[in-house]
Design a protein around this ligand. Structure first.
Ligand code: PEP
Ligand code: MG
Length: 554
């Protein structure tokens, strides 16, 4: 028995070890039959449609609890599709005019609509082709009296399929599914999104053929590397078991905190947010129960390409993040390029001292064309969710004045163009000593502060954060940095402005108690840290410990 190895596109990381379960959708062999009593057929269809709607409502309810509102929304979309006048009319018309059975009319309409969606240019509409097939199959199953498919296995299995519809995925008994592997399917499909949210290792586009006898074979899914091993040899199995155990132990400990409030023992709530670099990071955000996005480093959008991202390209990403976060706050930082983050097409001059050079807001104010494109996309995306905009590397009030002028221009232009936009909150990063020192004045101009402790440490201690020779001197716990944080929070609160921390210290468990004592309102961090920090917050009594903690650090 030789080990076989296949590649796939990574959807979600982690290791799964178990037997393969080849899942095949029962082919709905729909026959065309002549039916004289069209009225009866229409009634059969309507009853099945009603039952399908009930099922979808149940699925929506179930997935709200298991995978969250944003992912549950697919079942609302399916329900709306099932109630769509054109869809219903097409089916009933076919039954009445062609004198055919309800099954045939549903199957034909499903195919026709799916083809129509698939032919559309818009990527989102294209994806709907799978959804319309899915709803039609649901109605067909009900018409034929068939139950919807489950996994018939004693032990949890690795489900391998040609493709999976979102409803199939969510209906699977999660205690039976170790991982998903599909031969087809896009990594952006709802099925992939569901797998990510469930935190199950998953691969799509796997190079494996389902023709052979895979069913029941031992396999390993390495979701981190995008690999599927079938009949793993003892050595591979051992390595994978070790990796899986280490990952599980870490996770297990913190799972109990999911869904719990982020609140101290004496009742102080803290906003527990996540940092992301792109849309893909949202999986971890959802998995770790973030209450919002505290820092979306938008420059990564610019860095992963060879030309400026257009307004439409940016809009698509910002909108997708806002929609996925389903009403939770998403703080998007405007372009923070320069210093170590260089993109050739910006043609930035080579600098002697880039950390103190032409970067972030300085570039945006010098290049209003680039800045305005991003602002237009951000204001437009704000119409689709709770977006907040954050400006990096602020050092003066004049910069705020200039930003506001540009923002006003952007809003005027959008209004003139008849393009809808929202009214996002606007805040600044406090990451230079200058910003700290004028924070009481800055607070009068903005909706919030977010402290960038990485740069604040660099500029306070005069240590280039990129210089590895200075690592021993780079001390973000330095009392000077902590005093600056304290001062910034005070300035914010005097003006009723909230204040968060989105630099690495935000997720530093050694300082969480201090930040609570200082009254920090929001902590934003890598998603993997969230639950550990929630645990500390829930164990802290600020009233009782605050004074002592302040004395310890400041
Ligand atoms: C910071 O400086 O702390 C920060 C959050 O921004 P970045 O690390 O991207 O510079
Ligand atoms: Mg910074």
């Amino acid at each position: 028995m030789n080990m076989e190895q296949y590649n796939g596109k990574r959807v979600f990381g982690g290791i799964a070890i178990g037997r393969l379960y080849v899942y095949s959708r029962e082919d709905q062999q729909v026959k065309r039959e002549r039916v004289e009593d069209s009225q009866r057929e229409v009634l059969r269809f309507r009853k099945a449609q009603e039952e399908a709607i009930d099922q979808l409502a149940g699925l929506h309810e179930k997935s709200l609890q298991t995978v969250g509102a944003a992912n549950a929304a697919i079942f609302e979309i399916h329900r709306m599709m099932l109630e769509d006048d054109d869809y219903i009319e097409s089916i009933e018309n076919m039954i009445n005019t062609q004198k055919v059975n309800a099954e045939y009319a549903v199957a034909m309409t499903g195919d026709n609509f799916a083809e129509m969606f698939a032919a559309m240019d818009d990527a989102y509409m294209k994806e709907r082709a799978a959804d319309v097939r899915d709803i039609s199959e649901r109605v067909l199953r009900i018409l034929s009296g068939e139950e919807s498919g489950g996994i018939e296995a004693e032990e949890p299995v690795i489900v391998i399929a040609d493709d999976l519809a979102p409803s199939e995925t969510v209906q699977m008994d999660r205690s039976k599914v170790l991982a998903f592997v599909t031969v087809h399917g896009s990594a952006n499909s709802h099925t992939a999104i569901l797998a990510r949210t469930m935190g199950i290792p998953a691969l799509v586009g796997a190079s494996v053929s389902l023709e052979g006898s895979l069913h029941g074979k031992m396999a390993v899914v390495d979701g981190d590397k995008g690999l599927l091993y079938v009949d793993p040899d003892p050595e591979t199995l051992h390595i994978m078991q070790e990796r899986r155990n280490a990952l599980l132990a870490q996770k297990e400990l913190l799972q109990t905190l999911k869904g719990k409030e982020t609140i101290t023992r004496d009742g102080k709530k803290v906003m527990l947010y996540a940092n992301i670099g792109n849309y893909k990071d949202l999986a971890k955000v959802l998995e770790n129960d973030a209450e919002g996005i505290g820092l979306f480093r938008s420059e990564f959008l610019y860095l992963e390409r060879d030309t400026y991202p257009t307004e439409e390209e940016q809009l698509k990403v910002y909108k997708a993040v806002a929609e996925t976060m389903a009403g939770k706050r998403v703080i998007i930082r405007t372009l923070d390029i320069g210093a170590d983050k260089q993109a050739d097409y910006f043609k930035l001059p080579k600098e002697e001292n880039p950390a103190m050079g032409f970067r972030a807001i300085r570039i945006c104010l010098r290049r209003p064309d680039v800045f305005k494109t991003q602002l237009r996309a951000l204001f437009r995306a704000s119409a689709f969710g709770k977006i907040a905009i954050m400006y990096p590397m602020i050092t003066s009030l004049q910069e705020i004045v200039r930003i506001k002028e540009i923002v006003e221009e952007v809003k005027r232009e959008l209004t003139k163009d008849g393009v809808p936009f929202g009214e996002p909150e606007q805040g600044v990063m406090i990451e230079t000593p200058a910003a700290v020192m004028i924070s009481s004045r800055l607070a009068k101009e903005v909706d919030f502060f977010s402290i960038g402790t990485n740069d604040l440490t660099q500029y306070t201690l005069a240590i280039d954060r990129q210089n590895e020779q200075l690592d021993d001197f780079y001390d973000p716990h330095h009392p000077a940095v902590l005093q600056m944080i304290a001062q910034t929070v005070e300035s914010a609160h005097r003006e009723n402005v909230w204040c968060g921390i989105c630099g690495e210290l935000g997720g530093d468990p050694a300082l969480t108690r201090l930040f609570l004592a200082l009254g920090v309102d929001e902590l934003s961090m890598s998603p993997g840290n969230l639950l550990a920090i929630r645990k500390i917050i829930r164990e802290t009594d600020v009233e009782e410990e605050g004074e002592a903690v302040r004395k310890e650090f400041l």
